[in-house]
Design a binder for this molecule. Structure first.
Ligand SMILES: C[S@@+](CC[C@H](N)C(=O)[O-])C[C@H]1O[C@@H](n2cnc3c(N)ncnc32)[C@H](O)[C@@H]1O
Length: 227
């Protein structure tokens, strides 16, 4: 079972995500265990202060070392199990399907959600990985952590109804292509018909069509994936 700890100053942001998504189903099925920690529980002053002004001046506040070191150290890992500690950061390695697959194979993940102007640089020493979800800046790391956890958890065995096939034939799968267009009922909607081949029942032709459509779509929308 994959153990996931998420540390945040806004733990309430994970409520809906944990109660209503596929992640909720994964937890119920025992594929993973997710614990949310309030960073302020690791402070020792009556204001539960987690941030302070940056040395050298500059706008905003930075997250302080003390609460972060205590919080990450409190996320217990079983003996002999290597854990990955993932600091959310615009400066990190870009998250993608390969990294989601890699992390889905781990036993214990700890996500660090930054806030304000980010982390005191010394907090980076706690992380095994620094990961960004794209070239833009968000207010906090909560949505980044939720994005990553969602895409990791759906890869865990038994979480999606269709088994391994449900994820292996998707966009960014092993062939590196985007997924071919898909259709469902009705066969004709407002004059738009489902391609005849998909109604043929001939699975060799269907596979060939899907392959060629996936390639065309990828060439048009994401030629960088073909390099
Ligand atoms: C306002 S941002 C800090 C930005 C930082 N001052 C900078 O210029 O790189 C606050 C926190 O949100 C999270 N965050 C923001 N954008 C992110 C992204 N693209 N990917 C992952 N985490 C992000 C990080 O945890 C970050 O510490």
């Amino acid at each position: 079972m994959l153990k996931i700890d998420i540390i945040s100053v806004q733990p309430g942001m994970f409520k809906g995500f944990l109660e209503q998504s596929i992640v909720a189903r994964a937890v119920k099925k025992g594929a993973c265990e997710i614990r949310i920690h309030d960073l302020r529980d690791f402070t020792h002053d009556k204001w539960r202060k987690v941030d302070d002004k940056p040395y050298g001046g500059g706008p905003g506040m930075l997250m302080m070392c003390g609460p972060w070191f205590e919080a990450v150290e409190s996320c217990e890992t079983e003996q002999g199990v290597d854990r990955r500690v993932i600091m959310t950061s615009p400066a990190g390695r870009r998250f993608d399907q390969r990294l989601a697959e890699e992390l889905a194979g781990e036993s214990h993940l700890v996500f660090m959600c930054g806030h304000y102007e980010g982390f005191d640089a010394r907090i980076r020493t706690l992380a095994t990985d620094e990961v960004s979800i794209g070239d833009f800046v968000m207010t906090g790391g909560e949505l980044a952590a939720a994005t990553m956890v969602d895409s990791i958890v759906r890869l865990l065995p038994g979480v999606l109804g269709g088994g391994p096939a449900a994820t292996s034939s998707e966009s960014f799968g092993r062939d590196g292509l985007l997924e071919a267009p898909q259709y469902t009922h009705p066969p004709v909607f407002r004059g738009m018909a489902v391609p005849e081949v998909l109604l043929s029942g001939d699975h060799r032709r269907i596979d060939a069509w899907r392959n060629s459509e996936a390639r065309k779509l990828t060439e048009g929308a994401r030629p960088d994936l073909l390099k």
